[in-house]
Design a protein around this ligand. Structure first.
Ligand SMILES: Nc1ncnc2c1ncn2[C@@H]1O[C@H](COP(=O)(O)OP(=O)(O)OP(=O)(O)O)[C@@H](O)[C@H]1O
Ligand SMILES: Nc1ncnc2c1ncn2[C@@H]1O[C@H](COP(=O)(O)OP(=O)(O)OP(=O)(O)O)[C@@H](O)[C@H]1O
Ligand SMILES: [Mg+2]
Ligand SMILES: [Mg+2]
Lengths: 256, 256
């Protein structure tokens, strides 16, 4: 039975895509059958795997809005245990086009039902908003992982994100859990980073992953080569951190 | 006659709010009568000026959706020449609620008409999307300033942003100009920064501001004190860069 995890945070630039791309790759390295869904119209997760968006047979927008089966859109990656559901900028239209649709928050759930048992993990990269695309992800997800950049504005947004998760639990998906909060772009020498770390662990306790993702330029270089960090520079601190995050997640999920 | 400038880029975390907040403050320091509009439901520009969102008489959502006059929402700041139109997270509802409204892209233009002559500059902070809020800003704006983070994903998004600006020019606002692209979080020692700088200047030429905004921790600390950088640390490299950006903008706009 697969676990569906949404990588969500309405604050922009906090490391959602970097986390989705590299966590999915790390789970695949651990031989977990993994599907990465690019649910962000920026289609950054699709570029991160070097996919040519012009040559796609089908993509997520067509599945969500036109009813094309998700199986038509799935593409393999260089990692044997990782499959991708790619996106193009067309997806930007879905936020408006889905507004009048019946059960508009359930579209992604309907798409995933026929394929979910093929995978151990389904990881969803969300856009920087709490609109219909993110709501679709939170509605179908078993859990959410929240990347939190160690900055003031990112901390400030946590209240709004948590109340949205509560709303989803009440009206759309009562079993939505929080797998954890992962501190990203963490720099131990920076006062603000340490302040965010201490406030977040004080407030959220064990919900904060032990793993810290350090600021590491290799993480921001790898997408320009169309590779996840583990295929670009396996020795980089950022790569190791995401491998560590994947094992921490697996340990948290395995029955005690 | 005031100039309305939208600070826009759908890529998250590229420095839109930091640019809107500190450019507006720098224009006010240059004694230009300036209005800063927070059009992002995250309400980061509102927090950057230490405004208590719970104590507001009125805010931008009520103006856009309920028709409250914008004058009701305007609040002073510590800078004599700077006024703020504050926001709360309620604004997140507008992206969906405005969908069925007649002339939905013109709501902000209608709001600004009665107040625009009181200001020399109106600066609009946009959310990380190309939805109805950003379209409202691009429809009323004379020009747009595009903050560009020196990273791969940010570069990748420029095509989508430019084609959206073209669409707005064709259907909604034929006089929309681009005042310029400003490179943010620029780090001369970082290969990727230099690569983005050379590709951007090669492609966009004079549209790129000479001013580079360096990565500077004082810029990310100042919002936690509810002050723009010029009131938090006037000697910081980030503060100086935004003062420089304001003078470069004024020089570009003044008749030769
Ligand atoms: N740990 C890190 N070290 C260095 N750079 C990073 C790190 N994590 C992310 N980045 C870079 O920071 C930028 C923002 O990260 P990313 O795009 O993953 O965030 P996001 O939350 O997905 O953004 P958006 O809100 O636009 O979807 C990217 O250019 C990315 O390469
Ligand atoms: N030049 C800089 N040096 C250091 N930190 C910066 C700089 N510019 C912005 N930041 C920090 O980087 C983060 C992202 O910047 P900011 O929030 O202004 O981007 P944004 O484009 O408005 O994000 P969003 O897409 O969420 O609206 C913030 O925490 C901010 O404090
Ligand atoms: Mg992203
Ligand atoms: Mg912002």
């Amino acid at each position: 039975m697969s676990r569906i995890i949404a990588i969500a945070n309405q604050k922009g630039g906090v490391g959602k895509t970097t986390t989705a791309v590299n966590l999915a790759a790390s789970l695949a390295v651990a031989e977990q059958r993994t599907l990465l869904i690019d649910l962000d119209p920026q289609a950054n997760a699709t570029s991160a795997y070097g996919i040519d968006k012009g040559a796609l047979k089908a993509h997520v927008y067509q599945c969500l809005v036109d009813g094309v089966p998700l199986t038509e859109a799935l593409v393999p990656t260089e990692l044997p245990f990782l499959t991708l559901a790619p996106t193009t900028t067309d997806l930007a239209g879905a936020e408006v086009e889905l507004v009048p649709v019946v059960a508009r928050e359930q579209r992604l759930a309907q798409l995933l039902a026929p394929v979910r048992d093929r995978f151990d993990f389904i990881v969803i990269d969300c856009p920087p908003s709490l609109g219909l695309l993110t709501l679709n992800a939170l509605t179908v997800a078993d859990s959410v992982i929240i990347p939190l950049q160690c900055e003031f504005y990112a901390m400030e947004g946590m209240g709004h994100l948590m109340s949205t998760i509560e709303l989803v639990r009440t009206h759309l998906n009562p079993r939505l859990a929080i797998d954890g909060i992962v501190l990203t772009m963490f720099d131990r020498r920076n006062k603000l980073s340490l302040q965010v770390e201490s406030e977040t662990t004080a407030f959220f306790g064990r919900q904060v992953f032990e793993t810290r993702i350090p600021r590491n330029v290799r993480l921001s270089e790898s997408p320009s080569f169309g590779k996840p960090a583990v295929l670009y520079d396996v020795t980089a601190p950022g790569t190791k951190a995401y491998l560590e995050l994947a094992s921490e997640l697996l340990a948290r999920l395995s029955p005690k």
